[in-house]
Every structure is written in C-alpha cells, then in structure tokens.
Design a protein around this ligand. Structure first.
Ligand code: WT7
Length: 634
C-alpha cells in the first residue's frame, strides 16, 4: 500500500498538483491499491447541483474484505485491535487479524440468522468494547447499513434515529463502564423501542453481567446469537455506491440529519488520509481516543487503520480515570506511535497539572493529532511540549461527519506546523474561501466561508430519506460548491486556519469575530481554563459578546470585577477593544455534548435571557451545569 503515501513536502506538492490537473487519474491510482471484486467503469461522475456524486461506478467490492481477508496472509498473526478496558486492573484484550476476521464472520452469520439482509438498517448502541467494532464490520460484510448511535444519547434521541433509518435490528449491551460509574443501555433501548415500530430483533451483549430484562421473541443475547455460527462468511459484493453507513449529526435545526457514506469512496479516502496524515508505517500502533459513536471513531479507529493493516487501540474509559495520567499510561503500555485526541480533552488534562504527564516517557510517539474543534494556542503548546516532547509534530485535523475523512491538516512531519492553523489541504481536496457574494477570495489573511469546489471520494452522498435537505444544507448556499458551514482564513503560505462555524460568528458594529477567536484570546489569560462566547442582541452594536468563563480556581464575588478586568486586558491585547465582552460570567463548567462540543445554542438563549427555550439538555455531558449558569446569569 505505498502508492498512496506521500513522504516529502516536494511529493506533497507534486501530488497536489496532479490531483487538481488530473483528479480521475489521481484517485484511480490510489483505488488500485485496494482489492476490488470488479473494477470501475468510470472513476467519477458528479454535479453539485442536485447533488449527484458517483465514485468508481460499476465497481464491486466489500470493505471488510479489504480490512480483514486481504491481510490474513501477511498479517494474520499481527494484532489488529487492542482493547484497553475502563478499569486499568482488568486484563486487556488483543485480536490478531485472523481472530478479528473470524469474529466478524461469526457475527455476520448471526445477523443473517436474525433475518438481516443486504440494504437493511441496523442500529448499534453499544459501549466501547471490541464487539462494537465487530458489529460494525459484520454489518458491512453482509451489506447491511449500520447506524451507530453514541451510547450517551437519551431514549428519545435513540428512538428518533431508529425511526428515521427504519432500523430492523438493534445491537446493544446491558450497560457500560465510564470511569467509576456504570450506565444502563438496555433499559434505554427498551424505552426507545416503546416509540418505534420497525425493530424486530435486539441483540444484547453482556458487558456488566447485569442480566437485564429480555423481551420474549424480540431480544436475544449476543452469546446465544453467535452460538454455533461458522467462522467463515463470504463478503457480500457491494456496488461502490451502495450505502455503507448512516451517521446522525446535528445541524442548525433541531432534527439530526442522517449523513450517508458509500462503500467504495469511503474506503479509499479513510485509508488514504490515515496513512498520510499520520505517516503510518508497518507495525505502528495507532490510538484514537474518540468514541465509535462519532465519525472520528468510524474513520480512525475502525476503517482507516484496519484498511491499512495497522494495529488500532480502542479504549473503553475516560481520560481522567483512575487519574489524569491515564492516556499517557496507556501510550507507554502499548508503545503507541500515533495518538489522536480532542482539544477539549487536552485542556481538561492541562488543568490537572503537568505532573500527570511528566511521569511517563511517551518515547514511542511519532505523530500526535487533534480533532473536532479549533485548538487554542495554549493547549497546542502544552500538547506539543509535554506530550510530543517538542519532538512529535502536532497534526490538527479539520474535517466533518459529512466529509468522511480528514480534509485539511498537518501531514506528519513533512508539512510545516503553525499553532492554531490546521494546515494544508490533502492532495485531492480543493478548498476555497468565498466572500458574502460567493466570489472566491484569492488573497492572503482574509476570512471567508470555507467551501470545497471539487468532490473527493468520501464526500457525503445524501442525507438519509431526505435528499432535498442535503441539497439545501450543503449545496444551495453557493452554486457549485460544497458549503462546510465553517469560516476560515488562509495565510500567505496557503495554510488554513479554521475560525469556527459561521453560524457562531458574532458581528459587532459590522466587525466579524469568530467565537473561537475571542475564546482563544480569553484563554490566553492565566486564570482561564476554557471559555465559550456567544453573541446576543445589542441595540447599538447589533450584537454584543457574552462570555462564559471557566477559571482554574473559584473566583469569589469580591474579586470578580478584578478578574474581569484581567480577562478584558487579554482580549484587548489579542484582538482589540472592539472584541471586549460586554458580560463575563464565571462558571464551573460549560454545557457540552458528549463529544466535547460546547452547546452555544443553550448559551445563546441564556445570554438572551430566554431561559424558557433551552431545549433538550439531556444529551449533555453534564446537564446540571446549565442550572448553575442560569441561576447566576448576568
Ligand atoms: C465541525 C465538524 C471531524 C471530526 C469530529 C467533528 C469543527 C472539526 C476541527 C479542527 C477546527 C474543527 C468544524 C467542523 N472542527 N475539526 N481541527 N479545527 N474546527 O465532526 O461533529 O461533524 O463537526 O467541527 O466546525 O465543521 P463533526
């Protein structure tokens, strides 16, 4: 698998140029590195108007044949997946490629026996155990469309997703471990299924030994389901454009969208981006700390690494259990070579002090990555200094559920690094910045709407059951462009800095600021751990800034004005007087989704004084912080 790998900056430039002048030739060469049952008739056919995007038309493949069968000969005894349990005292589990292949085949046969057929939707609501990854691959092997729902979503959210996809079968567990807590899952599924009619069967994995209630005729245990099943299951031949999975993601409206990815293009792009961004070499151990309930876990725990024959680490627990050194302990334990986590995790660990990281060697690390939100300079430097030991490049991966894989990022140690800049587009990716009028911005250091003007293999194809919504959300803002919803800047070297969602842009007296930009400024203050900024209506300026700030200590009320003054000084120093927050509220935590994204929608309502329409807060990491913020709102 070497034709797809870029090893020098010069090669990056050459490949980039080729990918623009001859995109079909470029993506054909890369596709040739995989195993196809039948090759394509045409590499690409597309328009962004309907949109209608087809990669590798006419080709037949099964993605799991490329993840498992293909590696058996050379890598059969190599660890494919290492599972680190929540409890550090519990024995870890390692599957070789052969073992994983067999387990996936066994479960594929189990699914078939329960009546699952090609094209059926299967909802997976599971803990971070190996059986989750096995279930995902088993669906792919038999051509069923998986819809993984993050195991922190409420019964209502789960039911909505099951109904939208019309899932026939649900795979779950009795419950899950999360730090010192145990959280029920089967009970949530039972509640959700009270509001669905489509589900015929539920397979229940035994994670905690709880022996939950099983509904006669509907529920079956994982062990009963696999009993007597063969360790061989032929991979279903899939069209390149057959759906591989649905993954729900929130947008500006309340109802989540089911982003659809297809077999051929997603396969090509996840492996390609994985191998390049992380400069993967045979026998490297890769660890992405995301949950498989999110796109990052799909692409960079399961698909990308296994397609590449890598060893992928899967972690059941949380970064702070049993203490804030857990990540670093696990890196040393397995000799992890590439590590990928979220800025929010980095910031939370920073707050526990450096001692937790300084006691580990971290010698094995070669490349460290961040994903999911803009990383502020403080966190970037801490990560680079204490985790990367100033030796490992920090790759900031910008992408989206809709893009399937990393789009703009540092590329291992071959591209330059600049804190808070995601970096260059990968070869094959053609980002542009558009102004209000939809005209491409050519110059440097101007901010614009980040769009992409040419398809790449893992671009979303539709939103499940509602193609018009896909068109309106992503392809109607600017004619002929995929609209990301993000604002970005490009420097004189062509590196991109992601400012944040344009729906989070604040306009003060005609000047635009990214909330992330203002937060960056506030976060430079020594007192501050993190912050969230929203706009609220202001009669003269249009909008004013309301900042919710988490400090490294509790600020007593008599010191708050002083602390506010300090923070304002930081903002003035970083951006200018125009960006001074009108209100600064000290809070003990921010309302975040379980993937770590700050729920600005809720903060915006609070800032507006509209406490009645905070909406559903049940899916938040800690719903109680909202009560505290409301109580002390300014
Ligand atoms: C949105 C996509 C893609 C994996 C997880 C999130 C923001 C993502 C970065 C980054 C700045 C980032 C963007 C994007 N985002 N990565 N490296 N720097 N912002 O996936 O839930 O689909 O969210 O996350 O705003 O549009 P997602």
């Amino acid at each position: 698998m070497n034709k797809m790998q870029i090893k020098t900056l010069e090669e990056y430039r050459e490949k980039y140029a080729q990918s623009v002048s001859d995109p079909e030739g470029f993506w054909e060469d890369i596709a040739n590195e995989f195993q196809w049952m039948k090759k394509w008739d045409k590499v690409l056919e597309w328009n962004f108007t309907q949109p209608d995007i087809k990669w590798y038309q006419g080709a037949k493949l099964n993605i799991t044949e490329n993840m498992l069968d293909r590696h058996l000969e050379a890598r059969g005894n190599k660890p494919a997946l290492i599972w680190e349990p929540n409890d550090p005292g519990q024995q870890f589990v390692s599957y070789t490629y052969r073992e994983l292949y067999e387990q996936v085949c066994v479960f594929s046969n189990a699914l078939k026996k329960q009546g699952v057929e090609k094209g059926d939707r299967v909802c997976i609501y599971m803990p971070m155990v190996p059986e989750l990854a096995i279930a995902v691959m088993a669906c792919a092997r038999i051509g069923a469309i998986h819809s993984v729902v993050f195991a922190g979503f409420s019964a209502t959210s789960l039911a909505d997703r099951i109904n939208d996809a019309q899932a026939k079968l649900v795979i779950t567990a009795d419950g899950l471990n999360r730090g010192s807590k145990q959280i029920p899952l089967k009970r949530v599924v039972d509640e959700a299924l009270g509001n669905t009619l489509c589900v015929e069967k539920v397979i229940v994995f035994d994670c905690l030994g709880w022996q939950p209630h099983m509904k006669e005729g509907r529920d079956i245990s994982w062990s009963d389901a696999i009993a007597g099943q063969e360790k061989k299951c032929p991979p279903e031949p899939m069209d390149a454009e057959d759906p591989l999975f649905i993954l729900y993601t929130s947008g500006s409206t309340g109802k989540p969208k089911g982003v659809v990815h297809t077999c051929g293009g997603y396969m090509v792009y996840t492996a390609y981006s994985f191998q390049n961004v992380y400069q993967y070499e045979e026998n490297d151990v890769f660890w992405c700390t995301a949950d498989i309930g999110w796109i990052t876990g799909h692409s960079y725990i399961v698909y990308g690494p296994l397609l590449s024959g890598a060893t992928t680490v899967m972690f059941e627990g949380i970064p702070t259990y049993p203490d804030a050194g857990r990540f670093w302990q696990v890196i040393d334990k397995y000799g992890v070579n590439q590590f990928l986590t979220a800025p929010t995790a980095i910031r939370s660990l920073m707050a526990f002090g450096d001692d937790h990281v300084l006691s580990y060697s971290l010698d094995s690390l070669k490349v460290i990555g961040t994903v999911g939100e803009p990383i502020n300079e403080e966190a970037w430097k801490w990560y680079h200094t204490h985790v990367g030991k100033e030796r490992c490049p920090v790759v900031d991966n910008w992408w989206q559920t809709e893009t399937g894989g990393i789009m703009i990022s540092g590329i291992g140690n071959i591209s330059p690094q600049k804190p808070t800049f995601a970096g260059y587009p990968l070869p094959g990716i053609q980002p542009v910045l558009l102004n209000q009028e939809g005209i491409e911005i050519e110059g440097a250091n101007e901010e614009g709407y980040l769009c992409v003007k040419f398809p790449w293999p893992s671009i979303l194809r539709t939103t499940y059951g509602d193609h018009e919504r896909c068109r309106v959300t992503y392809f109607s803002h600017y004619d002929g462009y995929y609209f990301t919803g993000d604002g970005a800047k490009r420097d004189e070297d062509g590196m991109y800095r992601i400012i944040g969602r344009v729906d989070d842009v604040i306009n003060i007296s005609g000047h635009r600021f990214g909330t992330a930009e203002i937060e960056n400024a506030i976060n430079t203050n020594k007192l501050v751990i993190e912050s969230a900024v929203v706009g609220y209506p202001h009669p003269v300026k249009g909008q004013s800034i309301y900042a919710f700030v988490v400090c490294d200590r509790e600020i007593p009320s008599e010191s708050q004005d002083f602390a506010r003054g300090e923070i304002i000084e930081s903002v003035v120093a970083e951006i200018g007087k125009i960006a001074i927050p009108e209100k600064i509220q000290f809070v003990s935590g921010l309302p975040k989704t379980r993937s770590g994204k700050i729920m600005r929608r809720i903060l915006r309502k609070i800032a507006e004084g509209d406490m009645k329409s905070l909406g559903d807060t049940s899916t938040l990491l800690d719903p109680f912080v909202v009560d505290e913020i409301v109580e002390n709102a300014l």
